[in-house]
Design a protein around this ligand. Structure first.
Ligand SMILES: *[C@@H]1O[C@H](CO)[C@@H](O)[C@H](O)[C@H]1NC(C)=O
Ligand SMILES: *[C@@H]1O[C@H](CO)[C@@H](O)[C@H](O)[C@H]1NC(C)=O
Ligand SMILES: *[C@@H]1O[C@H](CO)[C@@H](O)[C@H](O)[C@H]1NC(C)=O
Length: 471
């Protein structure tokens, strides 16, 4: 199996009209060039399977008379595609042009006339072979790109033969047969083999993770939402880029905003991930009810003098110490709506709204709620690419708490800020970061590795520039 290719990444297709993509992928000239190298190597192997059929017959040759001849065992000993080019044809596809290709073959000749038998071998060279083709990119029924070959043409420049053994009159006899057989075999076989090689790319394209599983709650859809757009300098794919709850594809109350990747040149491939994609993740996890966390005293760093018990809280809310002396407490922190992320140049900010419910733990294990606070938090995120995943790390910017419900009488919330700052910074954020470190799969095809990867935060989207290789 040859390891596929960027060509593969190119493609795409079809189309839920009117849907803006959440993710855009741009394959540059450099990516195309990498694809060309891999594709040409694959084509070269394929063309070596060309079979030249044996030729035999009887011919009258003056003054000898009837001569039976056969040319057998013609095999390719060398085949080169020294010059090839892939060019983007805007709105159409990719034009493949191969020139100066050559094939060297070796075969055997046999003749019989009267009672004489003779045989020898010959070497054959085909030069100035050209192959042209146009590769178009469609979408298959799963929203993955699929390529196909249209307008393939092959032409043989010249052939030359060198015989070993035999008399010189033989040369004239064979030369025209060989030339004809060769041209016909090559013309018949080259384009189907080119089409086959291009089809092989589809096997790789089929590995595009159009539905990428993230964890037990979420998956990301990466199918194409529009036809690929082919310009002079790049192939641009529009992918859905939307998180869904596994098995339950519910649309969020917001939709992707149109964004475009400016033409890039440094790397082979660029992936733009919009704030929509990130926010669809927030929507999904909030719906799954997993953006919540129970915090108990054993999770608080042992070095902290502030403990989750009624003694610590009783300092600020005497009613707690009075009614529940010497008991441990538990906090439930959860979001009340999907967190919202925004991309500004060099700046990723996430706003989260939630509640903190504080309860006392009775000796028999049951809980009594003490109070519920409303929490508004703003965090900064640093995003990075690790292997084929996008991962992140957040730090606290600021937070604000107000009293929601109290079961222990009125109290001032502000004095509790230090306790909650410690809880958020030392417990909640590290736990969120453990999850964010696991990362979310980026669109990728099988055996693909990213190298020289860079990530920048721009207005409304982040841009990953990368080179790729295939193992
Ligand atoms: C938190 O604890 C409560 C009460 O023990 C439990 O019902 C809830 O499922 C827990 N939530 C999480 C996220 O662990
Ligand atoms: C980042 O963006 C947020 C919201 O747009 C803004 O409040 C904050 O000041 C910005 N931070 C930096 C370092 O630019
Ligand atoms: C647990 O203890 C509390 C406080 O003493 C009490 O109010 C509650 O009824 C007890 N619950 C059970 C199930 O025993």
């Amino acid at each position: 199996m040859f390891p596929s290719c960027c060509l593969a990444l190119l493609a795409l297709v079809p189309l839920t009209l009117g849907t803006n993509p959440g993710v855009k992928v741009q394959l540059t000239q450099q990516g195309l060039e990498y694809g060309r190298k891999i594709g040409i190597a694959a084509l070269q192997q394929k063309l070596k399977t060309i079979q030249i059929p044996d030729i035999s017959g009887t011919e009258k040759v003056f003054p000898i008379g009837k001569v039976k001849y056969s040319l057998t065992g013609m095999t390719i000993v060398n085949l080169g595609l020294p010059k090839s080019d892939l060019a983007l044809v805007p709105n159409t596809g990719i034009r493949l042009a191969i020139g100066n290709a050559f094939i060297n073959l070796h075969g055997n000749w046999h003749i019989r006339y009267h009672i004489i038998k003779d045989s020898g071998s010959f070497d054959l060279a085909v030069t100035a072979l050209t192959i042209t083709d146009t590769i178009t990119i469609q979408s298959d029924e799963t929203g993955r790109p699929a390529v196909s070959s249209v307008n393939c043409g092959a032409s043989v420049g010249s052939t030359s033969i060198k015989f070993h053994g035999g008399a010189s009159w033989l040369y004239n006899l064979f030369t025209s047969y060989i030339d004809k057989a060769l041209r016909s075999a090559l013309q018949k076989q080259i384009c189907p083999l080119v089409a086959d090689t291009i089809k092989t790319l589809n096997l790789h394209l089929k590995t595009l993770n159009v539905l990428a599983k993230v964890d037990k709650y979420a998956e990301i859809e990466y199918s194409m939402v529009t036809l690929p757009s082919i310009s002079k300098s790049s192939i641009d794919l529009s992918l859905k880029g939307e998180f869904y709850n596994i098995g339950k594809h519910q649309e969020p109350p917001f939709s992707p905003i149109a964004f475009s990747l400016p033409p890039q040149v440094k790397n082979m491939l660029y992936v733009g991930v919009s704030a929509f994609t990130a926010n669809s993740a927030g929507f999904v996890y909030n719906n799954a009810g997993v953006l919540s966390l129970n915090i108990t005293d054993d999770m608080i760093p042992s070095s902290s003098p502030l403990r989750l018990n009624t003694r610590t809280f009783g300092v600020f809310i005497p009613e707690i110490a009075k009614r529940f002396p010497g008991l441990m407490m538990k906090l439930l922190v959860k979001t009340v709506k999907a967190p919202s992320l925004s991309f500004q140049p060099n700046n990723v900010t996430v706003q989260a709204s939630g509640t903190v419910t504080a309860s006392v733990i009775h000796p028999n294990g049951t809980l009594s709620p003490l109070f519920i606070l409303n929490l508004e938090a703003s965090v900064s995120a640093r995003l990075y690419v690790t292997e084929l995943k996008l991962a992140g790390q957040i730090t606290m910017d600021n937070f604000e708490m107000t009293l929601g419900t109290s079961y222990v009488g009125p109290f001032q919330v502000q004095p509790l800020d230090n306790i909650f700052l410690m809880v958020l910074k030392d417990v909640v954020i590290p736990m969120v970061n453990v999850c964010l470190q696991k990362g979310f799969p980026l669109p990728a095809i099988g055996n693909m590795n990213l190298i020289n990867t860079e990530l920048q935060i721009l207005k409304d989207y982040m841009l990953i520039g990368t080179d790729v290789n295939f193992t």
